[in-house]
Design a protein around this ligand. Sequence first.
Ligand SMILES: Cc1cc2nc3c(=O)[nH]c(=O)nc-3n(C[C@H](O)[C@H](O)[C@H](O)COP(=O)(O)OP(=O)(O)OC[C@H]3O[C@@H](n4cnc5c(N)ncnc54)[C@H](O)[C@@H]3O)c2cc1C
Length: 443
Amino acid sequence: MTKVEKISIVGAGLVGSLMSVYLAKRGYKVSLFESRPDLRKADISAGRSINLALSNRGWLPLQEVGLKEKAEELTIPMKGRMMHNEEGQLTFQPYGKSGQAIYSISRGGLNALLLDAAEANGVEIFFNQKCNEVDLNNNILHFEDKKVSSDIIIGADGAFSIIRQAMEHTSRFNYSQQYLEHGYKELSIPPTATNGFKIDKNSLHIWPRGNFMLIALPNLDGSFTCTLFYPFEGEQSFENLQSDEDITAFFKKQFPDAYELMPDLLNDFHSNPTSALVTVRSSPWHKNQSLLIGDAAHAIVPFYGQGMNCGFEDCRVLNDLLNKHDDHWDLVLPEYSKIRKPDGDAISDLALKNFIEMRDQVADESFLLRKKIEAKLHELYPEKWIPLYSMVTFNENIRYSQAADFGKLQSEIMDKVMATPNIESQWEQLDFESIVNQLPPMV
Ligand SMILES: Cc1cc2nc3c(=O)[nH]c(=O)nc-3n(C[C@H](O)[C@H](O)[C@H](O)COP(=O)(O)OP(=O)(O)OC[C@H]3O[C@@H](n4cnc5c(N)ncnc54)[C@H](O)[C@@H]3O)c2cc1C
């Protein structure tokens, strides 16, 4: 490969912007192309989640590019799940050990911070530039009014990536896309009259209702962004929530405490879109001198709060490989595809499974006991037994694929533990050492 100097990134969302900062810091001439206007000047939030949960795998890359402190100013820690039952009773489940939290952050605020950092590091950003086509053999991007050639092309253009679409037409490229039967709609709980929070600000709130759920994440202005995950079609579905009466009756019955806090419910419900949730799998994540990062490579459902975190980790892994191979991209690209793909697949599967846990099991007594026993194992043997959620969320040194493999073994062991007679009353007498010793050592 000729010496790489000029890199073009398509998509200035969260992941493309972060990647541009990493690469500009390495001395490359980086151009970032974004189809939409500059979000720092125009409100383009419609249709995407307003806030996201940032966790360790996202924090580490932000720290590496020097943005951790600035990002911290945009966040609210969420230390656990606050479950709301049909009567409005609350149960709090910590996410991890004391001091561990996931962080609610504004998508727009974080994206703006990354764009500022990109510009400050010399990245040239071109807004309102939709890439229509890519020539993967000659490294040329086509826009409405120009063609751009580069040494490397990075597709960071999201779940419906134009760069990936070009790869789909090449030999031995695998691709699949799967929609969930559920869609989502964003709603809101406004702040109190004095800009305070109407419910606990340091929790991720969940109203689990079996086949569907409502969640809420806090915003710095005292409001909460709520998301209703609900089937598109069927008896209980968005299709059957049309009239004001239907919507009001549904919320009063299913989420009575939330309903009381949502004065703009009907307006939000009618004006905000009902959006689809897609899982995209592809491989390899590179073709010739082009590669995919973030949702372009691996769009996942949001139930582990890992889509952006995983995309940020892609950037860190790519940067580590550039270090390892002294910027020899011909070595970096195949290795990136090889090591990242199993991790993308693992988090994709875990995210799908976690939907069932969040909407259904978190309210189940036996599930809660299981979690309690696992927490005890972790407390007694912190290095040996790390709960799956903690491996994924708080342990950026454990790969997603390793976490998934370990989680499977833990689950098999816990199935046996939960079958112990009278486990509800006897669990504190379990032989915790023999349980933990059933696991192979973590390497
Ligand atoms: C409801 C919901 C909640 C979520 N919650 C979380 C969470 O809590 N934690 C978490 O980690 N993740 C979460 N995610 C996932 C997260 O939003 C994505 O993983 C993340 O936005 C991916 O970033 P990206 O930059 O790869 O893609 P995108 O954010 O999709 O950005 C792609 C960019 O490319 C641009 N673009 C697209 N096509 C072109 C083109 N042809 N030419 C030029 N530009 C183009 C787009 O305009 C866009 O700006 C959530 C997702 C959803 C839907």
